[in-house]
Design a protein around this ligand. Structure first.
Ligand SMILES: [Zn+2]
Length: 209
């Protein structure tokens, strides 16, 4: 995929997320890796609903801003993913309502914030570790993400929101969107409970892989 095509794909995905209520008022950021080892990321304070493909921030492999508008301070999180997961082509970070609410709850299991309640979650996420809280742009956050990235493609930032890596930005969006649904299932008081099947251990989950 050419850089021009990647730019258009980022704008299209961001607009889709915006229209579905996953991002508002400049919150969150998306990136994709470029063939030269650098990456594109959404500019600081930009709205997912009104991105300009030609003004996306372009950073080199060292994370230095080389073109486009000023990048988000959270670009360091994206670079940590690309450095530690060579297979990652795109990263999505959102302040989506459901998962941000989940990230603020006390007593979360730091090793896995969500139980394996559906086969899709087991297949696409596996486990969701909790990253300790850091202020925006704190290099400690990138260090924590970099330490988890070799083993996890999705993480929940405490009191902040999710960050997910995938093969392409569109793939990351699919995974994050799924995780958002799971939180709704867990906490909705009317959510149905069927039997005692556990997708984390039930061998029937393998039929969906
Ligand atoms: Zn954020």
């Amino acid at each position: 995929m050419t850089e021009a095509e990647l730019r258009e794909q980022m704008v299209s995905l961001a607009h889709s997320l915006f229209m579905r209520g996953y991002s508002s008022c400049g919150a969150g950021n998306i990136s994709c890796r470029l063939p030269d080892g650098g990456f594109l990321v959404t500019p600081t304070n930009s709205s997912f609903g009104a991105l300009d493909a030609q003004r996306l921030s372009k950073l080199d492999e060292q994370g230095e801003w080389v073109a486009g508008d000023k990048p988000s301070k959270e670009a360091v999180m994206h670079r940590a993913f690309y450095q530690q997961r060579p297979q990652t082509g795109g990263v999505v970070h959102l302040h989506s309502p459901s998962l941000t609410e989940l990230s603020c709850l006390p007593g979360l299991d730091a090793a896995n914030c969500l139980p394996p309640i559906t086969p899709y979650y087991v297949m696409r996420v596996g486990s969701l570790p909790l990253v300790p809280y850091f202020r925006q742009g704190d290099p400690g956050l990138a260090e924590e993400i970099g330490a988890l990235a070799p083993r996890h493609n999705a993480m929940l930032l405490a009191n902040h929101g999710p960050v997910v890596g995938g093969g392409q930005p569109a793939g990351s969006g699919v995974q994050r969107r799924g995780a958002g649904r799971y939180r709704a299932v867990i906490f909705h008081p009317a959510a149905p409970r069927h039997g005692d099947a556990d997708p984390g251990t039930d061998p029937r989950v393998g039929h969906h892989v």
